[in-house]
Design a binder for this molecule. Structure first.
Ligand SMILES: *[C@@H]1O[C@H](CO)[C@@H](O)[C@H](O)[C@H]1NC(C)=O
Length: 124
């Protein structure tokens, strides 16, 4: 098991309404190894001004549960399926492993695109 990938995963979903007729903007952060008190809205001694601004203007979803590892968490997030339905419940995928999700799942960005959203992902 790779320590870097042991996760205390934190979800922050920020909704911002650009125009009254537009669907809300969605900014989704998935952070590995971020503890509950590692953000300023839970601990005033922590300085996270940009995240605090997003939190102030958005919606915080603070009672979410994730898998203890990144691969099962991402698999579930992207597909909406529990990891054991995807064969991704066991471990973290190595970056050189020639495997991943099977191609018959519609992923979250594809579902959002079908609703008219432009999507973009940054990160590993
Ligand atoms: C996708 O394909 C896999 C492998 O054939 C199968 O086990 C799974 O049920 C399929 N899932 C969907 C949503 O079609």
């Amino acid at each position: 098991m790779e320590l870097w990938c042991l996760v205390v995963t934190w979800f922050v979903l920020v909704w911002g309404i650009v125009e009254a007729q537009s669907p809300p903007n969605i900014v989704f952060f998935l952070a590995d190894d971020l503890g509950w008190n590692d953000v300023s809205w839970h601990d005033a001694g922590v300085v996270t001004p940009n995240l605090q601004l997003l939190a102030n203007e958005g919606v915080l979803l603070e009672q979410n549960y994730v898998q203890p590892l990144c691969t099962p968490t991402r698999s579930a997030l992207l597909t909406g399926y529990y990891p054991y339905h995807l064969g991704r419940q066991g471990t973290v995928l190595g970056y050189t492993w020639p495997t991943g999700l099977t191609l018959n799942y519609t992923l979250l960005p594809e579902n959002l695109a079908s609703l008219g959203y432009d999507t973009h992902m940054i990160g590993k």
